[in-house]
Design a protein around this ligand. Structure first.
Ligand code: NAI
Ligand code: MG
Length: 339
């Protein structure tokens, strides 16, 4: 069996962590073939386009992509490429697991929380955002637009994923007490959908309280389902609980395509220095293997990452190590080959 995936190395630390990740995937013998395509600054320089049509076509053809971080130039009116990709492929569910690994500088041990964030509407859409006037007269307006089908599909995705993964509890995070329309609709739909999943415990929590609860007692959380803006913030908070962005993967899932990536950006401050932790992208690759129904390979990959996390001479500085992107990747490859 051979499956081809689109591979987008991306900008900054992207090519370094992608190189390590592909070496690890090859060591796992997944039978994957790679169609390398460009996006981001590297694509702008090579092809004069941040997101070339060939890249879009490759994702559409293979339906699964592994993507490094992309730099969207500030100014010049460029729309974020990530937002464009999410829209183009209607990647409505952003799934971000936060799992602690022993040996990191994490604040908590044994955390295992998955945030399911709505990815296509809410506060992050460009429509309805205006900024007019100047001086004391300046007024900025943003619009939050949520639809019932949009809320329904994200809630169903969250509950169904929870059931499939054998999870116990789903927490819907909202601010319906104040944002009565946009968040109110989300909460109404979450309550309705919860009725179809009597096997799962359902909890509602207001977002500010959820932030405090996550820091005070994260163990009460299992799966969090929420809207776009809250999901963005809460999932970074969860990444902070388990040792930072170097360990945080994200999946963008739609009906016809899925893009797996690290949550972090292109890290220009450490690019080219081989200091980047490849684990966020590797964990995204593990989630991709789950998606491709190579569950035992995914489990083997996660176990290998966990096993080498204590090897300080091999791991990267962000998790307390003295190694490089390459030594970290090599350690994982060796571990996979030994098991
Ligand atoms: P960033 O995530 O690139 O960096 C934040 C901090 O975390 C930096 O100190 C960086 O060195 C560190 N860091 C990030 N990834 C790391 C890793 N794997 N190992 C060790 N340390 C790591 O966020 P920033 O600086 O706000 O954004 C830089 C660029 O990335 C911007 O152009 C932004 O638009 C883009 N970006 C792209 C994303 C994507 O393509 N999914 C997501 C977030 C930002
Ligand atoms: Mg974010």
């Amino acid at each position: 069996m051979s499956k081809t995936i689109a591979v987008i190395p991306g900008d900054g630390i992207g090519p370094e962590i992608m190189d390590a990740t592909i070496r690890v995937l090859d060591a796992l013998d997944c039978g994957l073939a790679y169609d390398y395509v460009d996006a981001g600054m590297v694509a702008l320089e090579k092809h004069g386009d941040l997101l070339p049509q060939a890249t879009i076509d490759a994702i559409a053809k293979h339906t699964v992509a592994l993507k490094g971080p992309l730099t969207t130039p500030i100014g010049g009116g460029f729309t974020s490429i990530n937002v464009t990709l999410r829209r183009k492929f209607d990647l409505y569910a952003n799934v971000r697991p936060a799992i602690s690994f022993p040996g990191t500088k994490a604040r908590y041990e044994n955390i295992d929380i998955i945030t399911v964030r709505e990815n296509t509407m809410g506060a992050y859409m460009a429509e309805g955002q205006t900024r007019e006037g100047s001086g004391a007269e300046e007024v900025a307006v943003s619009v939050i637009r949520n639809t019932r089908p949009g809320m329904e599909r994200i809630c169903r995705y969250g509950f169904e994923m929870a059931r499939t993964k054998g999870r116990k509890k789903v927490t819907a995070v909202h601010k319906a007490n104040i944002m009565k329309t946009s968040s109110g609709l989300f909460l109404d739909v979450a309550r309705e959908v919860a009725k179809d999943f009597p096997d799962l415990e359902f909890q509602e929590m207001i977002v500010d309280n959820a932030c405090m609860q996550l820091v005070m007692n994260p163990y009460q959380f299992d799966v969090i389902v929420t809207t776009n803006l809250f999901g963005d913030i809460l999932s970074d908070l969860c990444a902070g609980l388990v040792g930072g962005l170097g360990l945080a993967p994200g999946a963008n899932i739609g009906k016809d395509a899925a893009i797996f990536e690290a949550v972090h950006g292109s890290a220009p401050d450490i690019a080219g220095q081989k200091k980047a932790n490849p684990c966020a992208l590797l964990l995204a690759a593990a989630d991709m293997l789950d998606h491709l129904e190579m569950v035992s390979k995914a489990t083997r990959l996660r176990k290998a990452i966990s096993d080498v996390m204590n090897a300080r001479d091999r791991t990267t500085p962000d998790v307390g190590g003295t190694g490089t992107t390459d030594t970290f990747g090599d350690a994982i490859v060796e571990r996979i080959k030994a098991t």
